[in-house]
Design a protein around this ligand. Structure first.
Ligand SMILES: [Zn+2]
Length: 376
């Protein structure tokens, strides 16, 4: 396995190529975090698509769009653009899975109030939450528990936001992923087929007993709910003006939408983070955030050497059962799981369906909106 001489990406990262000096192409070219930057023409097309779409739908439904709002800086920034610049009537949506995840933050109420939005929240029943995460920890993808839990959790957020939009007849679901966030997986628009693929990642989970009718009702299953109208699912920050992260923070603070000291860090404060890190580190022999760390090195925020040392330290601590041991034990207790069970499940994990192919091969289409207009 080759490791990039400048950042820390390895040759098994999807689509990575190295030059003769052993430097990856993300280090050699302009990039957006985990990917080469999108072609400028595509960004332009998508931006036009977004602005035309917004013009067409404004004021025609009870809400123009459902916006997934975490209270973090990116979703606050998007909320600001949507309400102030695009004058949309937004239904804000927040999901709380019950493990202190960063899907909700202290700024949430402030943003909702200042921008005059209506807020709907979905707090998972504790029993469901436990069943859900227990299942994921014992049925991980080959990529590890961190990848599994984060992906499926995002999938739930998307699915429940779509369900809400269906109920309220809102033609759009919007989410504030920054140009630097999860662009490995998605760019600008998620089509129904991709949402379906993501749902398959959690396999049989949805068919098991943990699914109460109460929860079932709040989620959209593309396979079963074939007939339901499907709102467009867009990530507008990928194509709209997005100054640097620092500028966004400063601007939000200035207009009173963000108390910077209270914003959650990007890596989230989900209670399960340390347990996931611990199990993946033991299984793979290194911590599970090489991609994320590589990005920070490429952006010049941190040094390569520091992370090489940190990786070694975390791995050692994890093996010695000294890494955040109290928190990890508490998480295991809450899930009614043992470390051994999780590690054995990782051993048995199978290769998952490849779902992250070329994210820049999208073709923004307004057909869905046209269908909606026919029906209303
Ligand atoms: Zn590199």
């Amino acid at each position: 396995m080759t490791v990039c001489k400048k950042c820390l990406l390895t040759s098994d990262y999807p689509g990575i190529e190295f030059d003769d000096a052993g430097v990856c192409q993300l280090c050699r070219t302009d990039n957006r975090g985990f990917r080469a930057a999108p072609p400028p023409q595509l960004v332009e097309d998508c931006r036009r698509d977004f602005e035309e779409t917004v013009e067409r739908i404004r004021g025609r439904h009870a809400y123009d769009a459902v916006l997934c709002l975490s209270g973090g800086k990116d979703s606050a920034w998007l909320a600001y653009l949507l309400t102030e610049k695009y004058r949309l009537n937004i239904l804000a949506y927040n999901m709380q899975p019950g493990f202190g995840s960063a899907l909700s933050g202290p700024n949430l109420a402030r943003v909702v109030e200042r921008l005059g939005m209506t807020l709907r929240t979905f707090c998972w029943p504790p029993d469901f939450s436990r069943t859900f995460y227990r299942y994921l920890f014992t049925h991980p993808l080959k990529e590890g528990v961190t990848a599994t839990v984060c992906r499926v959790c995002h999938s739930c957020l998307h699915s429940s936001a779509i369900r809400l939009a269906q109920k309220e007849g809102a033609p759009l679901v919007l989410i504030g992923y920054s140009p630097f966030q999860v662009t490995r997986d998605w760019f600008y628009e998620r089509k129904k087929e991709e949402i379906l693929k993501h749902f398959r990642l959690s396999g049989e989970f949805w068919k098991q007993s943990g699914m109460t009718p109460e929860v079932r009702e709040r989620l959209y299953f593309p396979e079963e709910d074939e007939e339901a109208f499907s709102p467009r699912f867009l990530m507008p920050l990928h194509v709209l003006d997005y100054p640097s992260e620092i500028e966004v923070r400063e601007k939000l603070e200035k207009i009173g939408l963000l108390d910077v000291r209270r914003t959650l860090p990007r890596s989230t404060n989900c209670d399960l983070t340390w347990l996931m890190t611990h199990c993946d580190t033991l299984h793979f022999g290194e911590p599970p955030f090489r991609d994320w760390v590589s990005e920070k090195i490429r952006k010049g925020e941190d040094s390569r050497l520091k992370y090489i040392l940190a990786f070694k330290a975390i791995t050692w601590l994890s093996r010695a059962r000294l890494l955040k041991h109290r928190r990890i034990r508490a998480a295991l207790r809450k899930l009614r799981l043992t470390e051994k069970e999780v590690l054995e499940s990782l051993e048995k994990a199978e290769v998952s369906e490849e779902i992250f192919d070329d994210i820049y091969k999208i073709n923004p289409s307004r057909d869905v909106i046209a269908d909606l207009e026919k029906n209303t």
